[in-house]
Design a protein around this ligand. Structure first.
Ligand SMILES: [Zn+2]
Length: 230
């Protein structure tokens, strides 16, 4: 079986630190609208690396009402490490439930990997509270279940629960999906043809889609301050 360059993702339990399936609650984990969200790095990065990461995550900034402020190492509400053994992020304000010494956004993909930028954009989307687009109720992906279980067990070491949660568990929370299903979303897993029935695939999306931007604007709408003064 050939190896497809999947973004490896996994969730974890926030109270015990043990990794196991996390119920996707219907609660809204968005940050307060129009607030400042701070971020920092867990380790001392060369300036050019820190700058590159910052440039990538700030691609989200024009489409949300939030301000991203970089603060001292380890002090941010969103704490980023590039030394991860997986790609992972807390969903929105779940980051506040983690201990101050723990990272809340973890990147494994190497800086020189062509998928680094897309991976970081995806994980930062989680950090803003956005969920996986392939779990949208309207996704209707013709997964070949047997092939999917075999593939993720073999290539990612995921157990059945992790596979079910990451790939198949449709998220029916209305609050989570204000937008339409978007196969071009940065929050969508790639869907290789060999994991589906028939001739069906979705590419590894590399940038924020127009619908990603629209959903971000809906989730964090701009405030018209002039209207408040009047
Ligand atoms: Zn993800």
């Amino acid at each position: 079986m050939h190896h497809y360059p999947f973004v490896k993702m996994r969730s974890r339990n926030f109270t015990s630190g043990e990794r196991h399936k996390r119920a996707i609650a219907c609660s809204n984990r968005l940050w307060s609208n129009a607030s400042t969200v701070t971020f920092s790095f867990m380790e001392d990065l060369p300036d050019e690396v820190a700058y590159r990461v910052e440039r990538i995550i700030r691609q989200w900034e024009p489409v949300v009402s939030l301000t991203f402020e970089q603060v001292e190492q380890g002090q941010g509400q969103i704490r980023i490490t590039l030394n991860g053994d997986e790609n992972w992020s807390a969903i929105g304000t779940e980051a506040l439930d983690l201990g101050p010494e723990e990272p809340t956004l973890v990147i494994q993909t190497a800086l020189q990997d062509p998928q680094f930028e897309a991976t970081l954009l995806h994980e930062f989307g989680h950090a803003l509270g956005f969920h996986h687009a392939h779990l949208h109720p309207d996704a209707n992906i013709p997964w070949n279940m047997e092939a999917v279980y075999m593939y993720f067990k073999e290539t990612q070491g995921w157990n059945d629960d992790e596979i079910e949660m990451n790939i198949f568990r449709i998220n029916n929370c209305e609050s989570t999906f204000k937008g339409e299903y978007d196969s071009l979303s940065i929050m969508h897993y790639p869907v290789p043809n060999f994991l589906t029935h028939g001739n069906f695939e979705i590419a590894f999306n590399m940038k924020l889609s127009e619908r990603d931007k629209r959903l971000a604007r809906q989730s964090y709408p701009a405030i018209d301050y002039r209207a408040q003064i009047i």
